[in-house]
Design a protein around this ligand. Structure first.
Ligand SMILES: [Ca+2]
Length: 211
């Protein structure tokens, strides 16, 4: 069975990337997401949960996000209508794009929280990186932060936040993202570029550091 993680990482390797227009200088990007737009997917087509929008689902419904890019780190705050521990597995991600030697590269920083580890375990793709994170069930927020040096300290970064909730077997997903992960031609989609700022480090989330 192809795992959800395998799909998510594999999905990085296909398709192009939608580029935004030349940005105005910005070190912080605040955006909102439509409420009530969580989509259900029956991955194998053999379940009893029909696919489609679930406007009644508040859990892990993104309603906004903020990207800050300081001198040293990138920090993404994800805000939800509701975020609790009800789902067996929860993946919170910031998918990102940046230029490396003139080539557009993409990656994912995320955290997987389950009933065994509700505080979550981070991951970073495609390279290793020190990730700081916090899953704030009380505040209905999550934070992800990583060193910009892990991706060569690019001049700017684009982000698309994504939340997946699944059962333990990943036979279903509930998915929400600010931008559709793929555009009409299979290209990956992201928000506006956020330029590297001048402050030493954005405020760090109250979490552990994993290297
Ligand atoms: Ca939403």
């Amino acid at each position: 069975m192809r795992s959800l993680m395998g799909w998510m990482v594999g999905a990085l390797l296909v398709g192009g990337v939608t580029m935004g227009a030349a940005p105005a200088h910005a070190e912080e990007y605040v955006n909102v997401d439509q409420a009530g737009d969580v989509r259900a997917h029956d991955l194998w087509g053999d379940g009893d949960m029909p696919s489609g929008y679930r406007p009644e689902r508040r859990q892990a419904d993104l309603v906004g996000y903020t990207v800050r890019y300081g001198l040293e780190r990138v920090r993404v705050e994800l805000r939800f209508r509701e975020l609790d521990r009800r789902d067996p597995v929860l993946h919170l991600q910031a998918r990102f794009a940046y230029l490396d030697d003139g080539e557009l590269e993409t990656g994912i920083v995320g955290v997987t929280a389950d009933r065994r580890v509700p505080g979550g375990e981070p991951y970073f793709s495609p390279v290793g990186c020190d990730v700081m994170w916090h899953v704030g069930y009380q505040a209905n927020k999550a934070w992800l932060s990583f060193s910009a040096s892990c991706i060569g300290t690019p001049d700017w970064i684009q982000v698309n936040p994504v939340a997946f909730a699944t059962d333990a077997d990943t036979s279903y997903w509930f998915v929400d993202s600010r931008f559709p992960i793929y555009g009409p031609h299979g290209e990956k989609q992201f928000g506006k570029p956020v330029h590297r700022g001048v402050w030493p480090t954005p405020p760090a989330p109250p979490s552990r550091v994993r290297r």
